[in-house]
Design a protein around this ligand. Structure first.
Ligand code: FAD
Ligand code: SF4
Length: 463
C-alpha cells in the first residue's frame, strides 16, 4: 500500500538562528527510515511523468522503488545510469520546476520529494557503498576538456568510460567549477564535489589545474601540437555584469561572483585563511536569483546585521529557487522588492555609505513573459549600507573565442553549438553555460553528456 500522506516528509535542518552564523550544511538529509517512508509515497506510475521532467532522464520510479525496498546501493546505481553527479543534483537541482512539477502526487497535495530521495541515495552510497572503480581499457584516442564544471566533468567521465585518454584543463586551482567557487558550503559541501572529481581521476582522467586556455595554451596548440583529436569547451559563464550606475567604483562594491569565490574557493570564512574579504555590517545584494540568495546568506554568515535583497520585480518573479528564498527569509534576509538602485553613495574616503533606490510598479509582461518593472517618478529613497554586492547575471568570458580561429559566438558572447554540441569549428564541441549563458547544473551535465556521445562518433568516424 502506498503512503497516501499529502505532504512531503520534512527534511531535518539546522535551526535558522544558529545556521545564519555558520557555514555548515543547512539540511541534514533523510535517515534510512525517513527515506523509506517518503519513497512509499511514490505510485510507481507506468507512464512516468516525472522522468519526462528530468533533463538527464533519471529513472525516477525505479530508484524510488529500490529505496522503498531498502536497496539503497541499487537505488544509487539506478540514478548513476544517467546522472554523473547525484549527490550534487539532489541538493541543487530545481526539482520544483522539473521532475517534481510533473509528479502526479502534486495534483492533490505535494509531489514526492524526488530531490531529497536522490540526495539520500547518493549520500548513503558515498558513505556505505563499495567504490571499486575499474580503469577502462584505453582506445588510444586523446580528448581535451576545457573547464572542470559540471559540463566538463560529465563529458570527461562519459568519454573516459569509453576508453578515451581525457585531460581536463581548469583555470582555477581546484576542479568543480561553480560547484566549488560559487555555491556555498552550507548548500553544497565541497567534500562531495571532491569525491566526484577523485572518482574521475581513478578512471584515468587527468585534471590539470591553473591552466587558463587562451593564455597558457591555445586550442590550436592542443590540437596541432599536443595530439588532442577533439576538444570540449565547458568554460561556463563567469564574467559578472554590473548596472553601469554612479558609485559602482566605490570601495565596498563587488560582484557576487568575486564575493562568493573569495568565500568558497579561497576559504575567506575560515579564520586560518587570511583571504581579504569585506565583512559588511549592512549589506545590499542587488538581484533575485540563486546567486543573489547565496551572496546574501553568505554575507549574513560573515556577521552582517542587515542584509537586503534589492529586486526590481515582485516575489512572484524572483528567479531563485523557492527553497532558497524560504531559507533566506528564515535566516533574516530582508527583501526589498519592486525597487531598483539608481546610485551608490560614498563618504569622503570613497567608501560606500548608502544605496539610492527608486520604487517600481509592474506593467504589462515583457519579452521574457514577466511583468515589466516601471520606475515610479519621485519615489527615490536611500538605504544606509556599507557594502553592495551586484548579482545581475553573468556572461561567458571572451578569452577562448577570441583566441580560437573559427569559433563563433552569438551577440551575448555565448558559443554557437548545434544540438550535438558541435561548434562552428570542426572537432571542437561546447556545452553548459558557455553555450546557454548562466543556466543550471543539470542542463550543463546534459550538454556534457551529449557532447561526449558526439565526440565519440566524430573520432570513430574519422578513423
Ligand atoms: P561552470 O560551473 O562555470 O564551470 C566552468 C569551469 O571552466 C570553471 O571551473 C572555470 O574556472 C573554467 N574555465 C573558464 N574559462 C577557462 C579557461 N579559459 N581555461 C580553463 N578553464 C576555464 N544551478 C542549479 O542548478 N542550482 C543551483 O542552486 C545553482 N546555484 C548557483 C549559485 C551560484 C552562486 C552560481 C554562480 C550558479 C548557480 N547555479 C545553480 C548555476 C550552475 O552552477 C551553472 O549553471 C553550472 O555550474 C554551469 O556549469 P558549466 O560546467 O557550464 O560551468
Ligand atoms: Fe512516483 Fe511521482 Fe514519478 Fe508517479 S510521477 S512515478 S508518483 S515520482
Amino acid at each position: 500500500m502506498p503512503n497516501m500522506c499529502m505532504t512531503k516528509l520534512p527534511m531535518p535542518e539546522q535551526d535558522p538562528k544558529v545556521r545564519a552564523r555558520n557555514f555548515e550544511e543547512v539540511s541534514y538529509g533523510y535517515t534510512e527510515e525517513m527515506a523509506i517512508e517518503e519513497a512509499q509515497r511514490c505510485l510507481n506510475c507506468k507512464h512516468m511523468p516525472c522522468v519526462s521532467g528530468c533533463p538527464v532522464n533519471v529513472q525516477i520510479p525505479k530508484f524510488i522503488s529500490l529505496i522503498a525496498q531498502g536497496k539503497f546501493a541499487d537505488a544509487c546505481s539506478a540514478i548513476k545510469e544517467t546522472s554523473a553527479l547525484p549527490a550534487v543534483c539532489g541538493r541543487v537541482c530545481p526539482q520544483e520546476t522539473q521532475c517534481e512539477a510533473k509528479c502526479v502526487r502534486g495534483i492533490k497535495g505535494e509531489p514526492v520529494a524526488i530531490g531529497r530521495l536522490e540526495r539520500f541515495a547518493a549520500d548513503w552510497d558515498m558513505k556505505n557503498g563499495k567504490h571499486e572503480i575499474e580503469k577502462p581499457v584505453s582506445n588510444g584516442h586523446k580528448v581535451a576538456v576545457i573547464g572542470a564544471g559540471p559540463a566538463g566533468l560529465t563529458c570527461a567521465g562519459d568519454l573516459a568510460k569509453k576508453g578515451y585518454d581525457v585531460t581536463i584543463f581548469e583555470a582555477f586551482h581546484k576542479a568543480g567549477g561553480v560547484l566549488v567557487y560559487g555555491i556555498p558550503e552550507f548548500r553544497l559541501p565541497k567534500a562531495i564535489v571532491q569525491k566526484e572529481v577523485e572518482g574521475l581521476e581513478k578512471m584515468g582522467v587527468k585534471v590539470m589545474t591553473n591552466m587558463v586556455i587562451g593564455k597558457v595554451l591555445s586550442i590550436d596548440e592542443l590540437v596541432n601540437d599536443m595530439g588532442f583529436e577533439a576538444v570540449f569547451v565547458g568554460s561556463g559563464a563567469g564574467l559578472p555584469m554590473f548596472m553601469g550606475i554612479e558609485g559602482e567604483d566605490l570601495v565596498g562594491v563587488s560582484s557576487a561572483n568575486e564575493f562568493l569565490t573569495r568565500i568558497n574557493l579561497m576559504k575567506a570564512y575560515l579564520d586560518e585563511y587570511d583571504t581579504p574579504i569585506r565583512k559588511g555590517k549592512s549589506v545590499a545584494v542587488v538581484g533575485g536569483g540563486n546567486v543573489a540568495m547565496d551572496a546574501a546568506r553568505s554575507a549574513m554568515r560573515l556577521g552582517a546585521e542587515h542584509v537586503y535583497i534589492i529586486y526590481r520585480r515582485s516575489e512572484a518573479e524572483l528567479p531563485a529557487r523557492k527553497e532558497e528564498v524560504h531559507h533566506a527569509k528564515e535566516e533574516g534576509i530582508e527583501f526589498v522588492l519592486q525597487t531598483n538602485p539608481v546610485k551608490i553613495l560614498g563618504d569622503e574616503n570613497g567608501n560606500v555609505r548608502a544605496i539610492e533606490c527608486i520604487k517600481m510598479e509592474l506593467g504589462e509582461p515583457d519579452a521574457s513573459g514577466r511583468r515589466r518593472p516601471i520606475p515610479v517618478e519621485g519615489s527615490n529613497y536611500e538605504i544606509p549600507v556599507d557594502t553592495v554586492i551586484m548579482s545581475l547575471g553573468t556572461s561567458p568570458n571572451p578569452l577562448i573565442r577570441t583566441t580560437t580561429k573559427g569559433l563563433e559566438a552569438n551577440k551575448h558572447g555565448c558559443l554557437i553549438a548545434d544540438e550535438n554540441m558541435a561548434t562552428t569549428r570542426e572537432g571542437v564541441y561546447a556545452g553548459g553555460d558557455a553555450v546557454t549563458g548562466a543556466a543550471t547544473v543539470i542542463l550543463a551535465m546534459g550538454a556534457g553528456k551529449t557532447a561526449a556521445a558526439s565526440i565519440d562518433e566524430y573520432i570513430q568516424n574519422k578513423k
